[in-house]
Design a protein. Structure first.
Length: 408
């Protein structure tokens, strides 16, 4: 079923898979680069759109190229706070009431510039908190009945990094642990990140609501990080994992069974038997069917990023061939996300329009998808508070449906 742009913009929405370093405003990137003497391929919005942040990319490497520039400018506390504030504002302006902003703090740590885990997280939180307070104290919320805005922060561990070209922090680790294997160093960094996130959450009540595992999937399976995820699991920290993005269903299986994943980032390869490489899985179709059924029953949410998937995986030649169709047919819990607003040139409204224009999503199913975004969020608060917040937004959904004269 197709819906109007106005209806989609009016709906209460979430974005649970939202990378800070992939979602800057172009003008902020340019201004911050000039301020900190960082070289860019162009210092105009038009030039950057032509050379770096394109409508279409040839491969994943080209898609990831822009992150070297965004990470460089984010190694500055003022830019971190500004970018976080602006990201919240941009979401508020299109009716997104709840966001979970994720990034890898260790990519930004730089002892020489006094960039520590703590002040990096605090800068991001300060920007998000300021935007939330301004919005929630506005006439729109207080008098006009709009749901309030909320947010959480997700800290990412990196699956893969080396001694050079990633960040000063990672280079220092390799120098310090020179007698350890690369994988042992990577695993130790992930555990350190998880402990730092939990410590800061508990000591300063900063809404660090979850952890994530990002980066190169092939060669760095989820089970390698099970100790760090087990630590998070025993400290009441929510967990998501990038899985099934560049590897098959066994990657998703590991994320759930080895890392206790509450949600899966992307997961579009779940229904691709040719992507399964584990030779012990002899009946691939049955394995996929059983895993999809298990996830549907447990309501393990797929964080679906349609535009990003089209741009990073040339094998998806048409949106209608995206495995989101199979997720819907198997009654899986899904939520629509942007991944990277700048790099993919998208918004939640655009993603929802893309989904509803190309897949069979009647109004009741659309409400379910939006509800999962609120109900399966890693909300910073009690379960009772989260339920109340989700209910408020779903009541607002009904109000918007009535406003636009649609059948419920």
């Amino acid at each position: 079923m197709k819906y109007t742009d106005e209806f989609i913009k009016d709906l209460p929405k979430t974005d649970l898979h939202l990378h800070l370093d992939g979602s800057l405003r172009l003008e902020t990137l340019i201004e911050a680069a000039k301020k900190n003497n960082i070289e860019l391929p162009s210092f105009t919005k038009e030039g950057l759109k032509e050379l770096v942040f394109k409508e279409n990319y040839n491969n994943l490497g080209e898609y990831l190229n822009g992150f070297q520039y965004t990470c460089n400018v984010l190694r500055d506390l003022e830019t971190l706070e500004r970018s976080s504030y602006e990201l919240a504002i941009d979401n508020q302006n299109e009716g997104v009431n709840y966001i979970e902003v994720r990034f890898a703090p260790q990519l930004l740590i730089d002892e020489d510039s006094n960039l520590q885990f703590e002040n990096i997280i605090e800068a991001v939180n300060n920007g998000l908190e300021r935007a939330a307070k301004e919005y929630n104290n506005s006439k729109k919320v207080i008098s006009d009945g709009y749901p309030p805005f909320n947010y959480g922060i997700i800290c990412c561990a990196m699956r893969m990094f080396g001694p050079k070209g990633f960040s000063p922090y990672y280079s220092n680790i390799f120098e310090t642990l020179k007698y350890s294997s690369n994988m042992d160093i990577i695993k130790q960094a992930s555990m350190e990140m998880v402990k730092a996130a939990i410590g800061l959450r508990d000591q300063k009540n900063i809404p660090i609501v979850g952890i994530d595992l990002a980066g190169q999937e092939e060669g760095y399976p989820a089970h390698k990080f099970k100790e760090a995820y087990a630590y998070a699991h025993t400290h009441f920290m929510h967990k998501t994992v990038h899985a099934g993005e560049a590897y098959g269903a066994e990657s998703i299986f590991e994320a759930i069974t080895q890392c206790h994943a509450d949600r899966i980032g992307h997961g579009y390869a779940l229904f691709m038997p040719d992507m399964i490489r584990d030779k012990k899985i002899t009946d691939k179709e049955k394995f996929i069917k059983d895993l999809a059924s298990f996830m549907a029953d447990k309501r393990t949410v797929m964080e679906v990023c349609l535009t990003s998937n089209l741009q990073t995986n040339p094998a998806i030649t048409n949106i209608k061939t995206h495995k989101f169709k199979d997720m819907l047919e198997n009654r899986m819990a899904t939520t629509i996300c942007t991944d990277n607003r700048l790099v993919s040139n998208t918004t939640i409204s655009k993603e929802l329009k893309l989904a509803t224009d190309n897949f069979d999503i009647p109004l009741k199913r659309l409400k379910d998808i939006l509800a999962y975004g609120f109900k399966k969020s890693f909300f910073h608060g009690s379960y009772v508070e989260k339920r109340k917040y989700a209910k408020t937004n779903m009541q607002y959904f009904d109000k918007i449906v009535s406003k636009h004269g649609l059948e419920h």
